[in-house]
Design a protein around this ligand. Structure first.
Ligand code: ZN
Ligand code: ZN
Length: 312
């Protein structure tokens, strides 16, 4: 582990990480299934500093499974110590750009690093076209490098798997991955993912309003990573924006307030709740206590207020 990160973990989330170790009999460094939050800021705006755009890494037996690919995902993977040519599986929850903006560039970055085998890319309809259009966008460079530098054709190294309904996404010897349709209007093709590995189960909500089906989907999971929106912070943000009325309507219809995150976690009976995809994600005046106090009214288990590069 990066020495700076170890210090960071102890400093900011020591209690919660210990709680996981106590409940499951292993520490995060020994676990075969590791979770690293790469980007925890909800929304497409790129911040000058602070949280990076959404992306979550699950390492199962040291194989990276990446969920969502907001701007900065390549850089965050590298900072987390994952060489880009190790990229193997990428999952997109829905086609808002804070979740998919870097899909093409990440594949490109992996390729230029020396993509070893193959990338399998999973997500709702639109992903195949998006990938094809990215390769068209960089066609000149790609074709030049294939001839000039003797590289393989990256278009042959990526398989896109689109789906239009919830269910089994991928199953191999190490993990079963399933999806659940969540509530994120006006986008109907919005999914949560569940990873059932041998030692640990992890659910990532994706973007969603309060969705009772998600509690059912996440039932008994060791870890639920759920998006969260803080209303007083939203009101402060909206004061500065010309499209405030419409944006407020969207946020209220499509995202989840802390109390409802707590309800979902409690209904699901998850071991640990991790808050991520913070909206607003770039207001440093909102404290960890403010993010979690509404959640705690309903969920009595350990709550981790997510930070970029935090390992769980
Ligand atoms: Zn989002
Ligand atoms: Zn979204």
């Amino acid at each position: 582990m990066h020495p700076g990160r170890r210090q960071f973990l102890i400093g900011t989330a020591g209690f919660a990480v210990c709680a996981i170790a106590g409940a499951h009999g292993y520490s995060s460094t020994q676990a075969k299934t590791r979770i690293i939050l790469l980007g925890t800021k909800g929304g497409p705006r790129v911040g000058e500093a602070g949280r990076s755009n959404p992306s979550t890494l699950i390492l199962i037996n040291d194989v990276p499974y990446l969920v969502d690919c907001g701007y900065g995902a390549s850089k965050q993977l590298l900072t987390a110590g994952i060489a880009l040519n190790r990229l193997r599986y990428v999952f997109i929850t829905h086609h808002h750009s804070d979740h998919n903006l870097e899909v093409g560039p990440l594949i490109y970055n992996a390729w230029i690093t020396g993509l070893p085998v193959h990338i399998d890319l999973y997500g709702p309809a639109g992903l195949r076209r998006m990938t094809r259009l990215f390769f068209a966008y960089e066609r000149f460079d790609i074709n030049t490098r294939i001839v000039d530098e003797g590289r393989e054709d990256p278009r042959k190294l990526v398989s896109v798997h689109e789906f239009a309904r919830a269910g089994m996404v991928l199953r191999n010897d190490a993990v079963k991955i399933t999806s659940c349709q969540v509530r994120h209007p006006p986008i109907s093709q919005a999914y949560a993912y569940r990873f059932d590995a041998k030692d640990r189960s992890v659910v990532i909500s994706g973007d969603t309003a309060y969705a009772p089906q998600l509690a059912e989907f996440a039932r008994g999971a060791d870890v639920l990573i759920h998006e969260v929106m803080y209303l007083p912070g939203i009101e402060a943000l909206l004061k500065r924006l010309p499209n405030a009325k419409r944006l407020r309507q969207h946020l209220m219809a499509a995202h989840t307030l802390p109390e409802d995150v707590g309800r979902i976690a409690a209904q699901a009976g998850v071991g640990t709740l991790v808050l991520s995809h913070f909206v607003p994600g770039d207001d440093p005046t909102i404290t960890d206590e403010q993010w979690s106090e509404g959640v705690r009214k309903h969920f009595k288990g350990p709550i981790i207020v997510g930070k970029d590069l935090l390992e769980i």
